[in-house]
Design a binder for this molecule. Structure first.
Ligand SMILES: *[C@@H]1O[C@H](CO)[C@@H](O)[C@H](O)[C@H]1NC(C)=O
Ligand SMILES: *[C@@H]1O[C@H](CO)[C@@H](O)[C@H](O)[C@H]1NC(C)=O
Ligand SMILES: *[C@@H]1O[C@H](CO)[C@@H](O)[C@H](O)[C@H]1NC(C)=O
Ligand SMILES: *[C@@H]1O[C@H](CO)[C@@H](O)[C@H](O)[C@H]1NC(C)=O
Ligand SMILES: *[C@@H]1O[C@H](CO)[C@@H](O)[C@H](O)[C@H]1NC(C)=O
Ligand SMILES: *[C@@H]1O[C@H](CO)[C@@H](O)[C@H](O)[C@H]1NC(C)=O
Ligand SMILES: *[C@@H]1O[C@H](CO)[C@@H](O)[C@H](O)[C@H]1NC(C)=O
Ligand SMILES: *[C@@H]1O[C@H](CO)[C@@H](O)[C@H](O)[C@H]1NC(C)=O
Ligand SMILES: *[C@@H]1O[C@H](CO)[C@@H](O)[C@H](O)[C@H]1NC(C)=O
Ligand SMILES: *[C@@H]1O[C@H](CO)[C@@H](O)[C@H](O)[C@H]1NC(C)=O
Length: 633
């Protein structure tokens, strides 16, 4: 895949912002940087430090929970409202800054919307129906104060949570069942200082459903070369009824954990720190459910490793237990007991004292490589499956950077293509939360001051030509009637994701447009300085300048604007200039300028001063570019 690490950094000047790229892994740098097209925005009434999003699949609306407020917006018909959720009283907290009601959870439970908040250290939930709230018990569903370690998972009648039930004791984080079947919690010895990342339920067959949750914890291996943190997946049986002895009656009896491995085999670089997880279910076979794990390393660089639930399940079913050499009981640790049975005491005792399996979970890709890695610091991941015009289904990754941008990447058979950097907010701000609508192909992101609905099919950004539209390899987009359009609007639009050259499908080529009318005529004085500038768009293309149809310059790097500098205009410098990009055997003309000699004898004083001013400003612009290029080289 050519994703090897290099130490060279290049800073790029790009529409007024600077960002960092590595020379080595061009595949993972975005081709195009854009602000959204066709997006819809909704401003929050005040600056929010915390937002929680709730969006129902295939709906047009979004709920946003914030401090003391619930926002509702329907982006389709502009309906919106704000409802206050003040704290009910203020007896709970010792610190004055906690005397607020932070809404931390919104979700459907038992057919009504449940909204939960800290309520000044007295966690409370409200049922929200017909714009009326009814207070319900909130213990275990919202934390006492906002924290980063609160997961809530609703599955049918059951609710699972990692939130402590009491404010002053129970400091050891646990994974619990807090509503529905009998309440259970994890033994305090099975995890060390866990930071929970994601939880999910996978239905394996009619009688077996398993809960998987992902977390980081302190590495029990304290040797100096061992990383401080390890990333884990844990499993539990949904029908776990707790132990049979009085001591184990409220404990999960089917807990096991395994290490998730994410190592680049080329550099042996470890990505130990799990940041986020996104599950892509498979309709046909639960084993093929894909688990996208986003990891960072100690430098803050990122990697995505993809696992399957089938591989995870196999590790739990077959591996030995770490530190256990005795005989395995008939019902193995981690096995869901048949029917309504409880886990035998003997099995529970072994599992409880040996909760970690020996085998580690490796990525499903060939040679267990990460899907990709690069030097961005990503914080969140979302994955959307989309059928392209070629009939194949592609996984499109949306990765949120620490700068508040979104990188859109397509998983291709030979690797990942980073096709777009989206700047969702008007000024760069951290993304507080992200969710998506798979049916309507929308992304929802929130910042401290707004929520934005971003269409995944922003095809207008590749508007320039059939070549730029087709070569973008954006599975949502194709070329039809002189425009780059969403395949949703025209299923027969031209597109081919495996294409090497767009000439195969594009009806006309750029060279046919080479009439003088398409040139920008520029009058330049003899013996003056001039420079021609071409904005580079794709990081995998080559850029060059042609003069009167002959090649005069190839730019060394696609990361900087391609500049042709003329120190002293002489007669042979006049004529036609074109900036040409070449990518995958396809060339496109990006700039056409026709330099015309200034008629010298008829020059008036007025024209002279204008020309001087023009050439001065051009010269200053050039100086600026040169300075930046030199500065950052
Ligand atoms: C999504 O909603 C639209 C309009 O309400 C409906 O026609 C369509 O069938 C729905 N799609 C799915 C997959 O539920
Ligand atoms: C919110 O509602 C107001 C009117 O109540 C409307 O003017 C505004 O456009 C709406 N905003 C959005 C983003 O829907
Ligand atoms: C769900 O709602 C039904 C009817 O509204 C009620 O009988 C049942 O107790 C509710 N279940 C829970 C767990 O709240
Ligand atoms: C390990 O975890 C601690 C706290 O959770 C964090 O500060 C540290 O950066 C992590 N180290 C690595 C290598 O991820
Ligand atoms: C399990 O127990 C429930 C009630 O406790 C009962 O309805 C169900 O039929 C039992 N299932 C089996 C497989 O025994
Ligand atoms: C769809 O795209 C094709 C070209 O692939 C074009 O001929 C046709 O007119 C387009 N249809 C619509 C409704 O735009
Ligand atoms: C896409 O292009 C490839 C290579 O040029 C070709 O083999 C394939 O048949 C094309 N697919 C479609 C659907 O046109
Ligand atoms: C540039 O000048 C040429 C004649 O030299 C003319 O044919 C052409 O239309 C001009 N282009 C524009 C865009 O005005
Ligand atoms: C440009 O070239 C001309 C002719 O070769 C020369 O006379 C003039 O001094 C040059 N100007 C500069 C600024 O180098
Ligand atoms: C390019 O063409 C222009 C006329 O269009 C001519 O003046 C100039 O000398 C030519 N330059 C070269 C290097 O061919």
């Amino acid at each position: 895949m050519g994703l090897n690490s290099h130490s060279a950094y290049l800073f790029i000047l790009w529409t007024s912002h600077l960002f960092l790229l590595t020379a080595g892994d061009s595949r993972v740098n975005p081709r195009i940087v854009t602000v959204p097209k066709g997006e819809r925005r909704f401003s929050l009434e005040k600056h929010e430090s915390l937002t929680t999003l709730y969006h129902e699949e295939n709906s047009t609306s979004l709920f946003v929970g914030a401090e003391g407020k619930l926002y509702y917006v329907d982006f389709e018909n502009s309906a919106n409202y704000t409802e206050d959720f003040p704290k009910e009283d203020s007896r709970g907290c010792t610190k004055p800054e906690d005397q607020k009601n932070y809404l931390t959870f919104i979700g459907k439970y038992n057919n009504t919307l449940l909204i939960c908040g800290t309520n000044a250290c007295q966690p409370t939930c409200w049922k929200w129906a017909a714009r009326k709230k009814t207070l319900v018990y909130g213990q275990g569903l919202a934390p006492f104060v906002p924290d980063q370690n609160s997961l809530v998972l609703v599955d049918g009648q059951d609710i699972y949570s990692t939130i402590s039930l009491y404010q002053n004791n129970g400091k050891i984080p646990r994974f619990r069942r807090v509503r529905g079947a009998v309440q259970l919690y994890t033994s305090d010895t099975v995890m060390q200082n866990p930071k929970f990342v994601k939880a999910t339920v996978v239905k394996q067959d009619e009688s077996t459903e398993k809960i998987y949750y992902f977390f980081r914890e302190d590495n029990p291996d304290k040797s100096p070369e061992a990383p401080l943190n390890v990333s884990r997946v844990a499993q539990l049986c949904k029908r776990d009824k707790g132990g049979t002895s009085s001591l184990s009656a409220s404990k999960w009896t089917t807990f096991l954990k395994a290490t998730l491995v994410c190592v680049d085999p080329a550099t042996k670089g470890n990505y130990d720190w799990l940041q986020d997880v996104f599950m892509v279910p498979s309709d046909k076979d639960w084993r093929r459910t894909r688990v996208y794990g986003l990891f960072t390393n100690c430098w803050g660089y990122s990697a995505v490793c993809v696992y399957t639930i089938g591989d995870i399940d196999e590790v739990f079913r077959k591996s030995n237990l770490k530190g256990f050499s005795g005989e395995m009981p008939d019902i193995r640790p981690g096995q869901c007991p048949p029917g309504n049975d409880s886990t035998p005491l003997k099995t529970f005792k072994i599992a409880d004292s040996h909760p970690e399996v020996e085998d580690r979970v490796q990525p499903a890709s060939p040679r267990h490589r990460p899907l990709f890695h690069n030097k961005n610091h990503y914080q969140k991941i979302g994955v959307h499956r989309i059928q392209a015009g070629d009939g194949h289904t592609y996984n499109v990754l949306y990765l949120v950077t620490d700068k508040g941008y979104i990188h859109k990447m397509v998983e291709m058979p030979q690797g990942v293509l980073n096709i777009l950097e989206i700047k969702p907010f008007e000024s760069p701000m951290p993304v507080l939360a992200m969710t998506m609508d798979h049916t309507r192909a929308k992304l929802y992101v929130s910042s401290a001051s707004e929520v934005v609905e971003v269409p995944m099919d922003m095809c207008e950004v590749y508007h320039r030509s059939c070549d730029s539209c087709v070569l973008a390899k954006d599975p949502y987009c194709g070329w039809a009637d002189g425009k780059c359009v969403s395949l949703k609007d025209n299923w027969t639009a031209l597109q081919n994701m495996t294409l090497q050259s767009s000439q195969e499908i594009c009806p006309y080529s750029d060279s046919k447009q080479d009439s003088p009318d398409n040139y920008l005529n520029v009058t330049v004085a003899l013996f003056s300085r001039y420079f021609l500038q071409c904005r580079t768009e794709s990081h995998v293309a080559t850029y060059m300048w042609h003069h009167n149809d002959s090649h005069i310059q190839t730019c060394p790097s696609p990361y900087q604007p391609c500049i042709h500098y003329i120190k002293n205009m002489t007669d042979h410098h006049y004529g036609r200039y074109t900036c040409v990009s070449e990518e995958g055997g396809v060339s496109q003309i990006l700039v056409r300028e026709w330099l015309v000699k200034q008629p010298q004898p008829s020059q008036t004083l007025m024209q002279k001063s204008q020309a001087a001013a023009t050439s001065l400003s051009i010269w200053l612009g050039f100086l600026q570019v040169v300075t930046l290029v030199l500065l950052f080289q």
